[in-house]
Write a protein that binds this ligand. Sequence first.
Ligand SMILES: O=P(O)(O)O[C@H]1O[C@H](CO)[C@@H](O)[C@H]1O
Ligand SMILES: O=c1cc[nH]c(=O)[nH]1
Length: 237
Amino acid sequence: MSIHIEAKQGDIADIVLLPGDPLRAKQIAENFLEDVKCYNQVRNMLGFTGTWNGMKVSVQGTGMGMPSISIYTEELVRDYGVKTLIRVGTCGGLQPDLGLYNLVLASAASTDSSMHKRRFRGMDYAPWADFGLLSAAYEAASKKNLPSRVGGVISTDTFYQHDPDEWKLWAENGILAVEMETSALYAIALRNKAKALALLTVSDSLVTGELTSSEEREKGMLAMVEVALEAAKKVHG
Ligand SMILES: O=P(O)(O)O[C@H]1O[C@H](CO)[C@@H](O)[C@H]1O
Ligand SMILES: O=c1cc[nH]c(=O)[nH]1
């Protein structure tokens, strides 16, 4: 048991999928896992463990933003010995050729948060994905003919920006998409010698203003979850 997770030792698998939304965690468990057990209801941040094609896997909601995902991932790796963390989230596309439902595989994550600057005494730190997971996920997405791009994302502290054009600076410098957790996830995984990857489905485009409905988003997520599970299976056997 940790401060925010009530699971007993052994309840959580070595591999954990991490959606921001706890109800997406429930939906993933119901749609993909067998022999499912709910191990966490603290703060309604639901966590489940089951099996997928014989592989033990957990799925844990993280909440929104880096402070929230930091709490869950720190406790998962430090208190439960989790080795592999795969975020399955949504993002806003920042490049004109990124369509709705395209998959972004975040190779690295910039941030406008001061989280790394505090830890690195004012210097910048650029946390990155585990290459084995990244290449396995790219291969799985390619086999499914799922349009996908590998590149940098920006993890922002502010979903609603005061300057509506702020995202353009990141776009002009090659960043593919905006979301709110990956930079913290990668930094925590690297510090704890765990493997991490963020898979992000484009739910809206800041370039064109297109948006998906919540129902469409649910459907679009399923392909990403399959990619995450296949990548985990390839890396862990
Ligand atoms: O769909 P999730 O995983 O929550 O991810 C994205 O959606 C939330 C904002 O709506 C933020 O958490 C952002 O990172
Ligand atoms: O953080 C996010 C997530 C999805 N879409 C966005 O525009 N921002």
